[in-house]
Design a protein around this ligand. Structure first.
Ligand code: GLU
Length: 511
């Protein structure tokens, strides 16, 4: 049997990275077993539909290279893959359940339902209001006589509810959690279908997983409580033999492990929980995304892979192909997975180090400051190479390299005063003359010249190198000053040295 997994998001908002991790695990599992990965959009709850959410899901998968074999936007033989386009399919299965006595019509109004809920709550019974023990007390085709039912059905406002059997233990076999048992008396007679012709999530989900021949349902832990109902539906519909295997993934937790990593929690901690940036179409909510922050898709995949799974070895860096080869559900953990933003940045740096200067330059280019010219690409690629170890994101290059594009407008006064004086001043001038005479103005020759000069004159490195750096860049820290000079080029470096000497002179004579 061919392995088929699916990612079945609801377009009710923008997918949190937990959702994308579900997609990744479903993808990895399918690919590992030469199977198919399906994207199904579960949009039965039209009232919660958010414009743009479906595109967001597809864009996120595309960014990460998790290409579905079938699904909304990808074609395939089991379509349509959007549940609202499958509306006509569900009714026959709902009718089948009613005919076989596993579902029934219910006519309770919202007020009646609330009243019952309150009553049960007050009595402190653990059973839900609409459940095997209480359904007789409600208005439905079980409690009312046939004539009344026919009249109410003719009025047209009804729901179809599943008839949960009383006093049964429903067993869910989960590939991650093992055997989980549920008492049927504590389950509710969930609504499966509404008179507007739309199935609810549970009904559509089970019918579609069956019709789409899904073999493994991989989804978040929050769906585990729904699974006994799904198991019963497979049984009631006669599909128990081909019921998919279930695997419920652990929650993604805040860095300290104290609760779910929600958007609100992450906002407070100063990092996003979304793959891509978004703006809500109707509220003023928005969020930044990992892509826009400067994360590489490979890094983001690697981060997500480790949120709940580990290879059992020390290896931390995995390409998508390596993940496909190594991934197994057996190594997915039950307990919540803490998300650590610093560790996520570490992954990005690891990937950043493997990129060429040109690649980093291309990634950083859209964020280039106005003082960088269109024809500066070669220079920026060199700067990316030079500064690679200091970058977390490609666009960090701009803040670290401003002085390559703009001559210093001021110099560190304290350093200038301590170095531009007496004999040291003359020594610096002497060095500048030697550099002027240098015909091969490359880092190695500059370094040889400077070091030779320091040694021959028995000078201290700090007294010469620091002022030299400040003359060229205006600041104290940065990469090798010899490399900086080479990249600036001889003409520019010499001009800067001249300008600086004049400025230093002025600064020290004033004080
Ligand atoms: N539509 C559900 C969601 O939004 C899918 C749950 C499942 O995978 O069965 O997460």
């Amino acid at each position: 049997m061919k392995v088929r997994t699916r990612y079945a998001p609801s377009p009710t908002g923008f997918q949190h990275m937990g959702g994308i991790r579900t997609a990744l695990y479903a993808y990895l599992f399918a690919k590992k077993h030469q199977g198919d990965f399906v994207l199904r959009v579960e949009d039965t709850d039209q009232s919660r539909y958010v414009e743009g959410a479906e595109e967001y899901i597809i864009d996120s998968l595309n960014w990460l290279g998790l290409q579905p074999d079938e699904g909304v936007g990808f074609g395939g033989d089991f379509g349509p893959y959007r549940q609202s386009d499958r509306k006509a399919i569900y009714k026959q299965y709902v009718d089948q359940l009613i005919e076989s006595g596993h579902a029934y019509y219910a006519f309770d109004t919202a007020e009646e339902l609330t009243a019952k809920r309150k009553e049960v709550e007050k009595s402190q019974r653990p059973e839900p209001a609409y459940s095997p023990l209480f359904r007789h007390e409600m208005r439905n085709s079980i409690s009312l006589d046939a004539k009344e039912v026919a009249a109410l059905l003719a009025e047209g406002a009804y729901t179809v509810r599943v008839k949960i059997p009383a006093h049964e233990e429903v067993i869910v076999k989960d590939l991650i959690r093992g055997t989980v048992s549920f008492q049927s008396n504590l389950m509710d007679d969930k609504v499966l279908f509404k008179s507007d012709g739309m199935p609810t999530y549970h009904m559509a989900n089970v019918v579609d997983d069956h019709l789409m021949e899904i073999t493994h349902v991989i989804r978040g832990e929050e769906w585990l409580p729904s699974t006994p109902l799904h198991v019963l539906l497979y049984r009631f519909l006669g599909w128990e033999d081909s019921m998919p295997a279930f695997a419920h993934l652990p929650l993604i937790l805040k860095p300290e492990g104290n609760g779910k990593l929600s958007k609100r929690a992450a906002d407070k901690l100063g990092f996003p929980v979304f793959p891509l940036a978004w703006e809500h179409p109707t509220t003023d909510e928005s969020s930044n995304g990992y892509k826009e922050l400067g994360f590489f898709p490979e890094a983001f995949i690697n981060i997500l892979a480790f949120l709940g799974w580990n290879p059992g070895t020390e290896q931390e860096i995995f390409s998508l192909d390596q993940l496909i080869a190594e991934f197994s559900i057996d190594r997915v953990v039950k307990s919540g997975a803490r998300f650590n933003f610093e560790k996520a940045q570490w992954y990005n740096q690891e990937y950043l180090r493997t990129k060429t200067g040109e690649e980093l330059c291309n990634d950083a280019w859209t964020a280039k400051p106005p003082f960088v010219g269109e024809d500066d690409k070669d220079l920026v690629a060199k700067l990316c190479d030079l500064l690679r170890e200091k970058l977390t994101y490609p666009a960090d290059v701009w803040a670290l390299s401003t002085y390559f594009f703009q001559r210093p407008s001021e110099y560190d006064g304290k350093t200038v005063r301590s170095k531009w004086k007496g004999e040291n001043k003359d020594k610096i001038k002497g060095l500048v003359d030697q550099l002027k005479a240098l015909s091969n103005f490359n880092a190695l020759d500059i370094e040889k010249t400077v070091k030779g000069y320091i040694e021959t004159n028995s000078l201290s490195f700090g007294n010469i190198l620091l002022p030299l750096r400040i003359m060229l860049t205006g600041v104290k820290g940065g990469p090798s000053v010899f490399e900086i000079a080479e990249i600036m080029g001889k003409a520019e470096s010499m001009q800067r040295l001249d300008i600086a000497m004049e400025a230093f002179e002025k600064m020290t004579s004033e004080s």
